[in-house]
Design a protein around this ligand. Structure first.
Ligand SMILES: C[S@@+](CC[C@H](N)C(=O)[O-])C[C@H]1O[C@@H](n2cnc3c(N)ncnc32)[C@H](O)[C@@H]1O
Ligand SMILES: [Zn+2]
Length: 278
């Protein structure tokens, strides 16, 4: 397994525009088939069965039930509103805006485009409403996100899935590659300890679902040290004051250490620094 972490050193973009109305059209029968073929119970990882838009775990006693709503499999017990639901219009266009593209996506897309062709099953964790890279036609691309509206808008993934990185609705050892662009800094919980636990759990899930020898490409933003220190010391208080706040940026060393620990000794973790143009 090769784990590669690339990072820029800029802050996150602003997200304030009106929601987009675009909704990807999907045939319900195709979605149901794709769910049974590619997804698994997020609790016990057994196969799932779809009947009349209801998704059920096949293992007796598990009891997980999801649904297919608006063409999106809901692989959690409930559909929660996400911070990104009314921001996805900006996410959609933001990644192609020239400055943002140059800083956060151009080089990263080249890396992804060079590494995912030939991979049969690819998962984009935190896929958002649009892909900032060209997907190979030969892969089956599953987009996982916690923003239902973003998933509804995303016409580029083969299967948009409402689920969390910490409870992937995928069987063990099924996936050939995972890509995740700028999602990990949104795994924030109630306090810094929970932030760390959620990121560790995400990496442990990546480890569980990846095949031996598979690739994991994580792209994140690493803040300048004084900014990170300020964030670290004030985060728990800020979160108490703003309970919807989910953004916690990781310094590259700390994230690499956490990734290595959670991915286990068989993983090779490599750092790749992107060069932010002046
Ligand atoms: C900054 S956006 C990046 C979107 C896209 N990858 C891009 O770069 O344009 C972060 C995305 O991660 C998603 N996200 C946040 N927490 C998540 C979680 N626990 N599991 C999966 N996705 C999550 C958000 O809903 C959002 O769509
Ligand atoms: Zn189950």
């Amino acid at each position: 397994m090769t784990e590669t972490s690339g990072r820029g050193d800029r802050g996150a973009e602003g997200v304030n525009a009106a929601p987009a109305q675009r909704v990807a059209a999907r045939d319900p029968a195709d979605v149901a088939r794709a769910v049974e073929d590619h997804l698994a119970c997020p609790r016990c990882h057994a196969s799932v069965v779809v009947r009349d838009s209801r998704i059920r775990c096949s293992k007796s006693g598990c009891g997980f039930e999801g649904s297919i709503t608006g063409g999106v499999p809901i692989m959690r017990t409930q559909l929660d509103r996400s911070f990104f639901d009314d921001k996805h219009a900006v996410m959609e266009h933001g990644s192609s805006e020239p400055g943002v593209r140059r800083c956060c996506y151009a080089e990263q897309a080249e890396v992804i485009e060079a590494l995912i062709p030939g991979k049969a099953v690819v998962v984009d964790v935190g896929c958002g409403p649009a892909l900032p890279y060209r997907r190979p036609g030969s892969s089956f691309l599953i987009g996982v996100d916690m923003s239902y509206d973003s998933l509804r808008a995303n016409a580029e993934v083969d299967l948009p899935v409402y689920a969390s990185a910490g409870d992937l609705p995928l069987a063990d050892g099924l996936v050939d590659a995972i890509v995740s662009l700028y999602a990990i800094h949104h795994f924030g919980g109630a306090d810094r300890r929970e932030n760390e636990a959620r990121v560790a759990r995400g990496f442990a899930e990546f480890r569980r679902v990846l095949k031996p020898g598979a690739s994991l490409l994580v792209f994140e933003l690493s803040p300048w040290w004084p900014v990170w220190q300020l964030q670290r010391t004030t985060w728990n208080l800020v979160r108490k004051l703003i309970p919807t706040m989910d953004i916690f940026f990781w310094r590259e060393g700390a994230l690499l250490e956490l990734a290595s620990r959670s991915l286990g000794s068989r993983a090779t973790v490599r750092r790749m620094r992107s060069h932010v143009p002046a």
